[in-house]
Design a protein around this ligand. Structure first.
Ligand SMILES: [Zn+2]
Ligand SMILES: [Zn+2]
Length: 327
């Protein structure tokens, strides 16, 4: 690319890596070449740049695209992370409620979810920020479950590995299958209902829990704690549909189908006022003498969801890799 080339900005709600890869392949150049020109000393594809970029890296991209640095930051999940958690730990290996991709050099261990129908309707197919929100398991516009792998060869979706030869971000990088032709299945009504509720709270910041008004941050914290594996188990039918591949990864490491199955259960739990009250009592740390045995037992069983040590995340990934060899 030369300075005389047109350098298009991001589409609405587009992820940073999607923007970079899309501009490159639609210009007939490799994403690696484009990013090497913008950042000669930074290998962006080896990190999860969609979560955050440093001010210096954002500035370099802003100069290249002739846009404000804010436009670059707006393509990352940093604002969403801060909105969800007040102030996110930038160096944390995983951000609760933001899906993790498991970067390993240029490869990923989890696919980037997408809606085939949205991609089919795009002039230039691109990947949305909200597809990395862990509570988003379906497309509200098209009513279908998000997809994270190729229908033909089952390779995970890795649009950042698209090349000038593939021509766009809508083809499997392993076999060339047109991902817009992926089989679409309706998303579960209850899971979608939870998704809408969470998105509404995420947007407005107004939340209630068992009749009590709470902050957005607190609502997402409590909802995440209910996603403990013993409470939100995948039902037999969904497990069979996944080829019994539900393997107990952290929620943020799971694919859309497994997350959908767990959110369906979570939606039912949120209708259980008694459970919500018990859970919120646990949070208030009432004196031990004032707690019932039932409450103590529930708290004892409730696993900590975060903060997570980097080693713990690696350990979970290692388990996934061991098991995936058996598939
Ligand atoms: Zn869609
Ligand atoms: Zn494929």
């Amino acid at each position: 690319m030369t300075s005389a080339d047109v350098r298009p900005g991001p589409f609405e709600q587009e992820l940073l890596t999607s923007w970079l890869a899309r501009v490159a392949v639609h210009s007939g150049c490799e994403p690696l070449v484009l990013t090497g020109a913008i950042w000669p000393d930074w290998r962006i594809w080896t990190v999860d740049a969609d979560r955050q970029v440093s001010p210096e890296h954002a500035q370099a991209a802003a100069i290249w695209f002739n846009l404000p640095a804010e436009s670059v930051h707006a393509c990352t999940l940093l604002a969403a992370g801060n909105r969800l958690h007040g102030s996110i730990n930038l160096n944390g290996p995983m951000w609760p409620w933001i899906t993790t991709q498991g970067n390993r050099n240029r490869l990923r261990r989890a696919g980037l979810p997408f809606c085939p129908k949205c991609l089919a309707g795009d002039v230039q197919p691109y990947y949305r920020l909200e597809w990395r929100f862990a509570w988003v398991v379906g497309c509200e516009r098209h009513g279908v479950r998000l997809v994270d792998r190729c229908d033909r060869c089952h390779a995970i979706s890795e649009p950042h590995r698209s090349t000038a030869a593939t021509g766009d971000l809508a083809h499997c990088v392993e076999c060339g299958f047109d991902l817009r032709r992926s089989k679409c299945e309706p998303v579960d009504v209850q899971a979608l209902s939870f998704q809408r509720r969470a998105s509404d709270i995420f947007g407005t910041g107004m939340a209630a829990w068992g009749g009590e008004e709470i902050s957005r941050t607190e609502w997402f914290r409590r909802a995440r704690s209910l996603l403990a594996k013993d409470l939100c188990q995948v039902d037999a039918r969904s497990a069979a549909a996944m080829g019994n591949r539900q393997i107990g990864l952290w929620f943020e490491l799971q694919g859309p189908m497994e997350r959908e199955a767990r959110l369906r259960v979570l939606a039912g739990l949120l209708d259980d006022e008694a459970l919500l009250v018990v859970r919120s009592q646990g949070r208030r740390r009432a004196p031990r003498s004032a707690q019932s045995t039932k409450v103590k037992n529930r708290r004892a069983k409730s696993p900590r969801t975060y903060p997570l040590a980097r080693e713990r995340v690696r350990e979970v990934w290692a388990r996934w890799l061991r098991r995936s060899r058996l598939w």
